[in-house]
Design a protein around this ligand. Structure first.
Ligand code: PEP
Length: 266
């Protein structure tokens, strides 16, 4: 069974020293876990986070990247810069970027391309607004976002893309999508991938959920059969809560192994 993804998005939170302390605490707690654990931290703390996470099962991501190469783009950070400080993943197209910074699917597509060509794992965020949901536009919205964001991306590059279904109405609101809504959206995303690529590719792409996940509701969400993990905002700021969320996705295999070795040491 392939590993599940548990991804934190700190957004514009935590000072550099706090990020370092967080990684130190988390790495002890998750060291035996069989998961892809990724922390998306503010740009200025990537180097610190990478340093504290060295030799652990935690990867560090940026929360955005600029789609251009080097040049006159004041205040921006590109893919090569992220790689140079040790990030190996990046969030792309988060709804806060789409909303506050007017990122379009065309720009998001360019960002993914740059990320891929630099070797970064791109976590592509997609999802409908409340207006879209109320007007039964979810499938249409996902279709546009996925088709345009993945334009000209080759099938063999999809192993470097994780798709995060993040309904905008569930982000930071405390209103979580139902299991059925999540499962249906994941099915829709996979069927779009079948149309764009093929069955095999579509079944291999990781599709995760984000939106008001916390340590209390995660158990229920982790039982969704077609979910490959979660992207966590608010609850990821507390290391204990994030650890509990990770526990819900830790695979059985590793837990069994741990139990055996625990028995040996007795
Ligand atoms: C997010 O920002 O990607 C997110 C899922 O936020 P929250 O968990 O706070 O809803």
């Amino acid at each position: 069974m392939s590993k599940k993804y548990v991804i934190a998005n700190f957004k514009m939170n935590k000072l550099d020293a706090e990020v370092g302390n967080y990684v130190d605490e988390l790495k002890e707690k998750v060291k035996d876990m069989d998961l892809e654990i990724i922390l998306s931290v503010p740009f200025v703390s990537i180097k610190t986070a990478v340093w504290h996470a060295q030799g652990t099962n935690i990867s560090i991501a940026g929360q955005n990247l600029n789609e251009n190469d080097f040049g006159a783009f004041t205040g921006e950070i590109n893919a090569e810069m992220l790689c140079a400080v040790g990030a190996n993943a990046v969030l792309v197209g988060h709804s806060e970027r789409r909303n506050h910074f007017k990122e379009t699917d065309v720009v998001i597509n360019k960002k993914i391309m740059k990320g891929l060509r630099s070797g970064l794992l791109s976590v592509l965020c997609v999802g409908e607004t409340l207006f879209d949901k109320k007007n039964n536009l979810t499938t249409q919205v996902l279709q546009k976002q996925i088709t345009e964001s993945l334009n000209s991306i080759y099938a063999n590059e999809l192993s470097h893309i994780v798709i995060a279904y993040e309904p905008v109405w569930a982000i930071g609101t405390g209103v979580i999508a139902s299991k059925e809504e999540i499962s249906n959206a994941i099915k829709t995303i996979r069927s779009l991938l079948v149309d764009l690529y093929d069955e095999k590719i579509a079944s291999e792409v990781k599709v995760i959920y984000g939106g008001s996940i916390n340590e209390k509701n995660v158990k229920d969400i982790s039982s969704i059969s077609n979910i490959d993990g979660v992207l966590v905002g608010g609850a990821s700021l507390d290391v204990d809560k994030f650890y509990k969320i990770a526990c819900a996705f830790n695979t059985e295999k590793k837990t069994k192994k741990k139990t055996k070795s625990e028995q040996k040491s007795k």
